[in-house]
Design a protein around this ligand. Structure first.
Ligand code: NOJ
Length: 598
């Protein structure tokens, strides 16, 4: 979750090789026409497609509207698959498009086996899967297991009476001090990530229900095997439709403390309770997040996905986790063990959400995720629909494009899978609402003005410079930012130095260069606090060196520890010279150099 609201989850503990030796044309970030993969579906790459995958997150409401209602939809996504293929993505993760009252824009699901009419029909979904497959693009669905909508038939049944068979599908408790005539106080001090108590009184059945998120998102009771069985069926339903896996939402919050004890209050530096944007005391989340119950459940769903793999459609179904955890060891545990595997790709949120251009922290977090996960596969991510975009967390308002080049280099030129959010490739900027009455996100409604919510990172995709940026012919559900005049696909496709062409070139390198695909990450010049440098070593004779300047001043680095041979430019940011040798690589402000050495 977003830092402000889910201080929460963040703070706590919240294919194919076509051309070998590809070199970008001299000049910067110029991308050759990325060639579609021909061997993508050969059996070994079929199994391992996810290891080096480039995965693109689509917020369907905001990507492309096809029917003029101002809301993006599935047919809109289908119409943009050629763009995604040229960009080089292997898979798209679509945030929830199931039927939903949209209280949390789809993360409140009222039917797990349907498509919300706002986004289209099941036939549209099937067509999207089929068209994407033709372009070697896989579809990853969002799977929200922590909670459903309060309008889901299961919760409606659950709240209808204390004896209803669905009662124990959700978390119900008596209040503290509750009597026949007094509801008492909420059962614990636990808080919703979206503000205030996580318990809601239900007058009809005279008990409190637990909701880690919005009041309209009651938590499932994961101690009930019937809930597990229901999700087995849901996963199989979507796998039969041909999806390539799931991104498991809020997965570390499935379980709560079985003893129902209060959480600790977090203190500030002066010894006073910390207060968040909602005016609530900040709690340590120790009783509601990252509890051990999640591991057997995820091992179970790994088996469900693997079993499907073996028996039906060929090709590996992947488990991706929304895993905001406090330490690398917590992340390691989410991969499971050899005997009891869990996620293939639990997201590493520690590197991507440092939110500061600090070389030493980047280096240490990179070393963690590349070397301290026991040979598992890293998944890096720097942005999503819950956090301000890269400009607002890393930018300085002057060098945002250059800084995004640095960030994207860390994302694509290191080992493992890379996940990024629609519009990042254009340098789309966070554009929060300016008036409370315009806020759509429940987080902003409760948190205003301290927390303006997540609308700012959910504005429509900027396709061109027309009135609604090519997103809709109607009125967009969120306004199109005025910067669409310069920041848009059409303009950036035409500019060899654009961020979009930089992303294409990096992704192409990631997919075609053997060192990028298989080389170990070895940090170079490890005491340098201004430039982050590393090498992708091997697997053959050639290795790749990468140097990224994290400052506004020009910097020079000596990377002779990487080797003594010649260095040949593979890709460099605008204004960066071709170095004569590894001993003197000169970088302008936020400059990036990527070169091949013998
Ligand atoms: C995490 C999702 O990314 C976020 O958008 C949502 O509000 C919460 N989980 C609740 O499902």
């Amino acid at each position: 979750m977003k830092k402000m609201t889910g201080t929460a989850l963040l703070a706590m503990g919240l294919s194919s090789v076509l051309a070998l030796g590809f070199a970008a044309p001299p000049g910067m970030g110029q991308a050759p026409d990325p060639k579609p993969s021909m061997t993508h579906h050969a059996s070994s790459s079929l199994e391992n497609w996810w290891k080096n995958a480039v995965i693109y997150e689509i917020y369907p409401r905001s990507f492309q509207d096809s029917n003029g209602d101002g809301i993006g939809d599935l047919n809109g996504i289908t119409s943009r698959l050629d763009y995604l293929q040229k960009l080089g993505v292997d898979a798209i993760w679509i945030t929830p498009c199931y039927p939903s009252p949209q209280a949390d824009f789809g993360y409140d699901i009222s039917d797990y086996e349907g498509i919300d009419p706002q986004y289209g029909t099941m036939a549209d979904f099937d067509r999207l899967v089929a068209e994407a497959k033709k372009r070697n693009i896989r579809i990853v669905m969002d799977m929200v297991m922590n909670h459903s909508s309060d309008e889901h038939k299961w919760f409606q049944a659950s709240r209808s009476s204390k004896t209803n068979p669905y009662r124990d599908w959700y978390v119900w408790k008596d209040g503290k001090g509750q009597t026949a005539t007094d509801k008492g106080q909420p059962p614990t001090n636990w808080q919703s990530v979206f503000g205030h108590s996580a318990w809601e009184w239900d007058a009809k059945t005279q008990q409190w229900y637990y909701h880690k998120f919005y009041v309209k998102q009651p938590d499932f009771n994961w101690n009930n095997p019937k809930v597990t069985k229901a999700f087995d069926d849901i996963l199989n339903f979507w796998m039969k439709k041909g999806v390539a896996g799931f991104r498991y939402d809020a997965i570390t919050t499935l379980f709560e403390d079985p003893n129902w004890t209060d959480e600790g209050v977090v203190m500030d530096a002066s010894g006073n309770p910390k207060i968040n944007a909602y005016g609530d005391q900040v709690l340590d989340s120790s009783k509601t997040d990252n509890l051990p119950g999640v591991h057997p459940v995820m091992n179970h769903f790994r088996q469900v996905e693997d079993a499907f793999n073996a028996n039906a459609f060929p090709g590996h179904r992947v488990l991706i986790g929304e895993t905001y955890v406090a330490t690398i060891n917590d992340l390691l545990r989410l991969y499971g063990t050899k005997d009891k595997p869990e996620f293939e790709l639990p997201m590493d949120m520690q590197l991507g959400f440092i939110n500061k251009m600090d070389v030493a922290t980047f280096r240490s977090k990179l070393i963690d995720v590349e070397t301290r996960i026991e040979g598992n596969n890293p998944m890096l991510v720097f942005d999503n629909h819950d956090n301000p975009r890269i400009d607002a967390r890393y930018g300085d308002g002057v060098h945002d494009t250059e800084i995004t080049r640095v960030i994207s280099t860390v994302l694509f030129a290191t080992k493992g899978a890379s996940l990024f959010y629609y519009g990042a490739e254009l340098g789309m900027k966070t554009t929060p609402p300016t008036r409370k009455e315009d806020v759509k996100d429940p987080v902003g409604v409760t948190g205003w003005p301290k927390d303006k919510g997540r609308d700012g990172e959910r504005t429509p995709m900027q396709w061109d410079d027309s009135a609604q940026a090519g997103f809709t012919r109607g009125t967009p559900w969120l306004p199109v930012p005025p910067n669409k005049a310069a920041i848009n696909v059409k303009a950036e496709e035409a500019d060899p130095n654009s961020l979009l062409n930089w992303y294409k070139a990096l992704i192409h390198l990631k997919k075609t260069d053997p060192s990028f695909r298989e080389g170990e990450n070895v940090m170079l010049d490890s005491d340098n606090t201004k430039v982050l440098s590393w090498m992708r070593k091997g697997p053959g004779k050639a290795s790749v060196v990468v140097a990224a300047n994290f400052t506004t001043e020009p910097q020079t680095v000596n990377l002779k520890e990487a080797g003594s041979g010649k260095v040949e430019t593979l890709l460099k940011s605008p204004g960066t010279a071709d170095p004569a040798s590894l001993e003197k690589i000169e970088l302008p402000a936020y400059g990036v150099f990527i070169g091949e050495i013998e």
